[in-house]
Design a protein around this ligand. Structure first.
Ligand SMILES: [Zn+2]
Length: 265
């Protein structure tokens, strides 16, 4: 029945129970889903996702797209995993005007300076406490960091460009070094229970498109895996779901079809 809720939410982002009291069946769907969950996740573009829980929103790797409408009373945390143009856009610093209670957590390879007193620059393999959040970083196999964020009883992972970047045209030595680096870094999360993980699934990697995600899913206890870095080729989700390799975690893989898609977990 969940598709009905998504449909209502997509059309009327600020819907609340009282607005739809005439539609009692949908109302009860919403009430049931709210009871069992509470985290709303919106796909923006590429590696950009927004996670909303209670009075907090976390925005990861925005470079374009439309933010969901939320109250300017929300505490907003904006994360960027590294400086590459498909993960960071300094337009994010303009959001300060709209959301007074905002804080930026930025990989320290980002040279642009955001609003004073509202930015934390962070390198790989660090652990910091920020308000009620515990933020751990991993070292990317490309540039910058991946984030593991613990907020209340939830754990959120955003990989940035930390991935098993195996390329057919690279040398054996390069690919072997990449395998070792990726497995070593994900080894730090061995067996970790994670509520939502955002993981690269890159069609440019051809036959190796899912190696990184597959390894991650087999070595962590991730409840919801969201693909990213798809370059708009969302049919890669169907490809993974149809492949025997995804068997052990198919029911935990969240299929993405278009920007703006909303998930409740
Ligand atoms: Zn990238």
């Amino acid at each position: 029945m969940r598709w009905r809720l998504y449909e209502v939410r997509d059309r009327f982002p600020n819907v609340c129970e009282s607005d739809i009291s005439d539609y009692t069946d949908i109302k009860s769907d919403i009430m049931n889903i709210r009871r069992e969950s509470g985290v709303k996740i919106t796909f923006l573009e590429h590696s950009g996702y927004v996670i909303e829980e209670r009075d907090k929103a976390m925005i990861f790797d925005f470079y374009k797209g439309t933010l969901p409408a939320f109250s300017n009373r929300m505490k907003v945390y904006v994360f960027a995993s590294h400086a590459h143009g498909d993960h960071f856009n300094k337009r994010i610093f303009e959001w300060e005007g709209q959301y007074p209670d905002i804080h930026y957590i930025l990989s320290d390879d980002i040279k642009d300076r955001g609003p004073e007193g509202k930015c934390t620059y962070i390198g790989p393999r660090r652990l910091i406490q920020l308000d009620e959040m515990e933020i751990q970083t991993l070292r990317s196999t490309d540039e910058g960091v991946a984030y593991l964020v613990k907020l209340w009883d939830k754990k959120i992972y955003h990989g940035g460009d930390l991935n098993w970047w195996h390329w057919e045209e690279e040398s054996k030595a390069y690919n072997e070094m990449m395998r070792r680096k990726y497995q070593h870094e994900i080894g730090k999360l061995e067996g970790e229970p994670i509520d939502a993980a955002f993981l690269p699934l890159d069609p440019r990697q051809e036959e190796q498109y899912a190696w990184g995600l597959d390894y991650f899913m087999r070595h962590t206890q991730t409840r919801h895996a969201f693909p990213m870095h798809m370059w708009g080729q969302y049919d890669i989700c169907s490809k993974l779901l149809a492949s025997p390799v995804s068997g052990p975690y198919r029911d935990r893989f969240m299929r993405v079809d278009a920007p703006g898609q909303v998930f409740l977990i």
